[in-house]
Design a protein around this ligand. Structure first.
Ligand code: URA
Length: 212
């Protein structure tokens, strides 16, 4: 798995306000949206494109457009929804699939409880959105789910990641048949006993949608 930390002062600045517990829900949503727009720039660096000919007012030239099949953006419910608009602003012709995963508190394994995706993801580039890479179980399960449907290239974008989650992802994705890239705004110190990222930003879903 390739890991890219988007090391940029604008991203660090916006993440600081996102982390601050005094930031209210509307501001948190706006900052998330802005951050995803910046992260999308890195996440889509290898998006597949096809050349095509156009004419400018001055001369013919060759440009590019997104290849078919179009990329598929997959927010992980619920917190990933907060990242969808920012990503679609950068990839307006992409398609969107939805994946809901919940952790079984006894086995600690992630299970799919909702999905709305094309049946066949053959040759699809998929852009998975989940704000927090904490234990890594949810993201690993989502990536396996998409690759089992045929996706042949996966980029996961997170706002924050924990070292433990990255290590788990590396282990769980060993030998997977598609290349996987993680683009993240920052790698934090660690997970605490409750599975929260430290220093983190708290529960991303609650802060986005106001259920505390
Ligand atoms: N999910 C969150 O929303 N926050 C964390 O810190 C960890 C998982």
């Amino acid at each position: 798995m390739r890991v890219h930390v988007a090391d940029h002062p604008l991203i660090a600045h916006k993440l600081t306000y996102l982390r601050d517990k005094r930031t209210d829900t509307p501001t948190f949503r706006r900052l998330t949206d802005e951050l995803v727009t910046l992260l999308a720039y890195e996440a889509t660096r290898d998006v597949r494109v096809t050349p095509f000919d156009i004419e400018t007012p001055v001369s013919p030239t060759t440009g590019i457009h997104l290849s078919s099949p179009k990329p598929l953006v997959v927010p992980i419910l619920r917190a990933g929804l907060g990242m969808l608009d920012g990503m679609m602003r950068m990839l307006p012709t992409a398609e969107v699939g939805f994946l809901g995963l919940v952790r079984n508190e006894e086995t600690l394994e992630a299970h799919t409880y909702a999905h709305r995706l094309p049946d066949d993801l053959d040759k699809r580039q998929c852009y998975v959105l989940d704000p927090m890479l904490a234990t890594g179980g949810t993201l690993a399960a989502a990536i396996h789910y998409l690759v089992d449907l045929g996706a042949d290239d996966i980029t996961a974008t997170t706002l924050l990641s924990a070292p433990e989650g990255i290590a788990r992802l590396e282990k769980d994705l060993e030998g997977i048949s598609a290349p996987v890239t993680l683009v993240t705004g920052a790698i934090d110190e660690r997970l605490n006993e409750q599975g929260y990222i430290v220093p983190g930003l708290g529960d991303a879903g609650d802060r986005l949608y106001g259920v505390i």
